[in-house]
Design a binder for this molecule. Structure first.
Ligand SMILES: Cc1ncc(COP(=O)(O)O)c(C=O)c1O
Length: 447
């Protein structure tokens, strides 16, 4: 696929207007990229900008539209639900009961369920209730994992080398004492977790992790790591929280826990749960969930004006029913595997030193050699190449987020033809960037 000279004139003009009214012109920190894009339309696997440029979209808004953008069945269900009610804000509705039932049915840890609107709310409530339940202050998170915007967890995500494992606040304005209560371990290092638990005996309320850290692309848990965390959490009386905001629904209706067979105490869900509509959930052991004040006698506050609204609930139900009914996971896993294999073949043809990583519908190319077992390994990724590759792909109508370590997502709306076009464009760009055919060794796969 040849690179055409694309115009971004309308995007630039509108972006300049956006900057007059919004700091940086965007409503979420990582959306400010080059080229500045003003999106006019999304549909299925495609994204169309204000200049009419079309892109096969793998960014997928950081993950929600697993069925594809603007899925008609989901949208229709939302419109139908709105004919009855939107937000009673008192008591409950049958739709909320149905959504909670579905989660209980599919997610192994979901003895009880509460609905909210964002992943950040879900992880916030999960940690607060863990503290209430254990009477302890500290939590453990992992370097490279992201769990949302709040102070409990906003540290040590994509850290510079000198701050790996040390204090790396994700924002100004966070109370230092809150950050100090969040201990950081390296992913896949059970020995470190054991040491930190021993050094803080009786003080750790919860261990929170993405079971596959997708906020740094894709780092797979080593065999025994999740099982080991389960044992350590139980032995030390800490609550084990799987943050399945990305892995939930995208990899399996029951979350990654349904695949790996390790059941956490609490689970947070969001993103693909409602195919793009705002919806999230916290679920887990009844003994912990019953601490919430939604139950008379509970002592842990849980609230939200928009919780359980018809839009999110109808979209979640429609999405989950599609996932039950249609071979969505089979499709996205197959196309994900095709992309990973195709990229590896291209890399070995052109002697590109790279590692193709991924799982299921997630894939990406790190410009480095393996092994990749944790965030520290990813410091070897060639950031300039990583971003340059994606910028050149954008020029060819393939949209992958041009930011370091960001993953790509396949949806049910992507087809083999999209994969063919993508691989063709990737080969063209890599040819441009790496020149003449293979002199160097083949690439490696992280899975
Ligand atoms: C694993 C994980 N947890 C929590 C969140 C926060 O979710 P939200 O952006 O809906 O608040 C994210 C968002 O990217 C995430 O990737």
């Amino acid at each position: 696929m040849a690179s055409e000279k694309r115009s971004y004139a309308n995007s630039e003009r509108l972006y300049a207007q956006a900057c007059q009214v919004m700091p940086g012109g965007v409503n979420s920190s990582l959306r400010n990229i080059l080229p500045h894009l003003v999106v006019k339309k999304t549909a299925g696997a495609m994204l169309i900008d204000a200049d009419g440029n079309e892109y096969i979209d793998y960014q997928a808004a950081f993950g929600p539209p697993l069925l594809g953008h603007n899925h008609p069945a989901v949208n229709r269900r939302v419109a139908e639900a709105l004919e009855a009610w939107l937000l009673p804000g008192v008591g409950t509705t049958e739709l909320e009961i149905e959504v909670a039932r579905k989660l209980q049915q599919h997610v192994p840890s979901a003895q009880k369920v509460l609905l909210c609107n964002t992943g950040s709310e879900a992880t916030y409530h999960a940690i607060r209730v863990s503290r209430a339940f254990t009477g302890r202050k500290k939590i453990i998170k992992f370097q490279g994992c992201y769990h949302g915007i709040h102070d409990y967890v906003l540290r040590n995500v994509i850290s510079p080398a000198e701050k790996v494992g040390k204090l790396d606040a994700g924002s100004a304005g966070i109370l230092p004492e809150v950050l100090e209560s969040t201990l950081v371990c390296a992913f896949n290092r059970l020995d470190e977790v054991e040491q930190v638990l021993a050094a803080n005996r009786g003080q750790v309320a919860a261990i929170i992790l993405e079971p596959i850290p997708h906020n740094i692309g894709c780092v797979l848990p080593k065999p025994g790591f999740l099982e080991g965390l389960r044992e350590l959490a139980s032995a030390h009386g800490a609550v084990l929280i799987f943050d399945e905001v990305i892995t939930g629904f995208r990899h399996h209706l029951g979350g990654y826990q349904a695949i790996c067979g390790v059941t956490p105490d609490l689970t947070t869900l969001g993103k693909a749960m409602a195919n793009g509509f705002p919806m999230a959930a916290l679920c887990g052991k009844a003994a912990i969930m019953d601490r919430f004040m939604t139950r008379p006698g509970g002592d842990t506050f849980f609230a939200g004006t928009f919780n359980g609204n018809a839009v999110g609930c109808a979209a979640a139900l429609a999405t989950m029913e599609m996932l039950e009914r249609e071979p969505v996971h089979q499709h996205v896993f197959r196309l994900g595997a095709r992309l990973r294999q195709g990229l590896e073949e291209i890399h070995s043809r052109w002697g590109v030193k790279a590692t193709v990583a991924g799982y299921g519908s997630i894939f990406l190319t790190y410009f480095m050699e393996g092994p990749i077992e944790g965030y520290a390994d990813l410091l070897r990724n060639d950031v300039a190449r990583f971003v340059e590759y994606r910028r050149r792909l954008i020029e060819r109508g393939i949209f992958k987020m041009p930011l370091n370590l960001k993953r790509n997502h396949v949806s049910y709306a992507h087809t083999d033809a999209h994969v063919d076009r993508t691989l063709e464009a990737c080969e063209d760009v890599l040819k441009e960037m790496f020149g003449s055919p293979a002199r160097r060794p083949a690439s490696q796969s992280a899975g």
